[in-house]
Design a protein around this ligand. Structure first.
Ligand code: ATP
Ligand code: TZE
Ligand code: MG
Length: 274
């Protein structure tokens, strides 16, 4: 798609600069697979991650965070109460919180957990296409586990419906990252396909969304699109040095850390889809 100069590059730069300047504390209740990449992604962007998930600590700790990130990737019955308690407290305190509904359609337990979390008013929900379709239809279905069996564009209507029904900003990752508030829909066109070959890149971009929303909670739609673009650009720049997924993982962290204004202004590619 032809890239037009627009206001998105400066917006993305303003968000990344604010994260670097403020270093917002982000509480992450995330899956075992993703913990390392999520923490390193947040640190390389300038945010301050803390992987605290025990229910006993939530009343003391969650009130001090700038945003909460909840990811159900390795969900078990004893983690769900922590996720719900932290989400409920964040909502009560007016703090942004972001949900990653990993493999939402894989089982009834997982789907119900995600639906209960959605009831607690996440600011943003980011999933791959299959996850957003399962959540929007509230149905368990044939799924490839944590990977998507749909293209992001197939989930545009599901995303819009979920955003309308939940009041959250909904983002669908893929070749085109879709962001909607139920009315506006934009597509972020950065990134490279090899990002799918590194586990937890999706989890990490959701965490980055939490950091961007933390510094601009009143503009969660813009913060979400900006985070997806910045991460995609880090992937593009990293790809020029990578030999495969393992080195891309390393170069992406370096490129996010070094991302400058010129690169964001020239590469950010967000277009209206509605
Ligand atoms: N075909 C593609 N082209 C460009 N970028 C892509 C493509 N597919 C995914 N991405 C990017 O890769 C990142 C991860 O997206 P993906 O849809 O794979 O998440 P996910 O399935 O939730 O991953 P995980 O569960 O492993 O964390 C996003 O930043 C997305 O923009
Ligand atoms: C592979 C995997 N399994 C559960 S969570 C996770 C990380 C990517 O979502
Ligand atoms: Mg995922």
């Amino acid at each position: 798609m032809e890239k037009e100069p627009n206001e998105w590059g400066p917006k993305a730069w303003a968000h990344l600069s604010a994260v670097r300047a403020q270093s917002p504390l982000i509480q992450c209740i995330t899956n075992y697979v993703s913990m390392d990449l999520v923490a390193n992604t947040l640190l390389s962007a300038g945010a301050s991650p803390a992987m605290l998930h025990t229910i006993e600590e939530i009343p003391d700790f969650t009130p001090h965070v700038r945003a909460l990130y909840v990811n159900v990737g390795t969900l078990s019955a004893n983690w769900l109460p922590s996720m719900k308690a932290a989400a409920q407290l964040a909502s009560q305190l007016g703090k942004p919180w972001v949900l990653d509904p990993v493999a939402a359609g894989a089982s009834g337990f997982r789907l119900n957990a995600c639906l209960e979390l959605v009831q607690l008013k996440p600011t943003v929900i980011r999933g791959n296409a299959s996850e957003i379709i399962a959540l929007s239809r509230a149905s368990v279905g044939p799924t490839k586990g944590v990977d998507s069996s749909h293209e992001s564009m197939d989930a545009m209507e599901a995303a819009r419906c979920l955003a309308e029904a939940s009041g959250a900003i909904v983002a669908v990752s893929g070749a085109v990252d879709i962001v909607t508030d139920g009315r506006r829909v934009v597509g972020a066109h950065n990134g490279v396909p090899m990002m799918q070959k590194i586990t937890a890149t999706g989890c990490s971009v959701t965490a980055l969304i939490a950091a961007f929303v933390a510094v601009d909670p009143l503009h969660a739609f813009e913060a979400t699109a900006s985070a997806l673009s910045a991460y995609g650009i880090a992937g593009e720049m990293g790809m020029s040095m990578a030999k495969g997924p393992a080195s891309l993982r390393m170069h992406m962290i370096d490129c996010l850390h070094g991302l400058d204004q010129a690169a964001l202004l020239s590469r950010t590619n967000i277009t209206a889809l509605s």
